[in-house]
Design a protein around this ligand. Structure first.
Ligand code: HEC
Length: 122
């Protein structure tokens, strides 16, 4: 029986095409993974709750109340605020502002956790 001379080439070609397809499919798969990662990452920065310490930095509390909560200029220190004010009073100030302190820096949802954290500052 005579061996078909085309077979080896055909085999290599089929293997080559298969490999190519596999790689491009894998490439598409990787691309999706990267995209979903950045989407997830963006969601994180927007939706996942920030710790009060992070809010303190990001919502410019630090500019008026200082890095050590000691107060800046005429803005009061926050150290020991838990002894002066109740949690509810702190929440009210955080949400509605007071005097020169702007309202709405943090959301209603963030306020209770932040008030608790502020009360623990010593
Ligand atoms: C523009 C400056 C400014 C920024 C920004 C600011 N505050 Fe204030 N904050 C004040 C001032 C002024 C007061 C005092 C208000 C008053 O008693 O009339 C105050 C009062 C407070 C009090 C009550 C302190 C006390 O002993 O009566 C708390 C708690 C507080 N701020 C927390 C925060 C937090 C948390 C943030 C960030 C989300 C923040 N502040 C951002 C200026 C600021």
């Amino acid at each position: 029986m005579k061996r078909n001379p085309i077979n080896p080439y055909l085999l290599i070609m089929v293997l080559g095409i298969t490999a190519m397809l596999l790689m491009s499919f894998k490439g598409i798969g990787d691309m999706k993974k990267i995209v979903s990662k950045t989407e997830g990452g963006e969601e994180k920065t927007e939706e996942v709750a920030l710790a009060p310490e992070q809010l303190y930095q990001q919502k410019s509390c630090v500019a008026c109340h200082g890095a050590d909560f000691q107060g800046v200029g005429s803005n009061p220190a926050l150290v020991g605020v838990g002894d002066r004010l109740s949690q509810d009073e702190i929440i009210d100030i955080l949400v509605n502002g007071k005097g020169n302190m702007p309202a709405g820096l943090i959301t209603d949802e963030q306020a209770p956790e932040m008030a608790e954290w502020l009360s623990s500052l010593k």
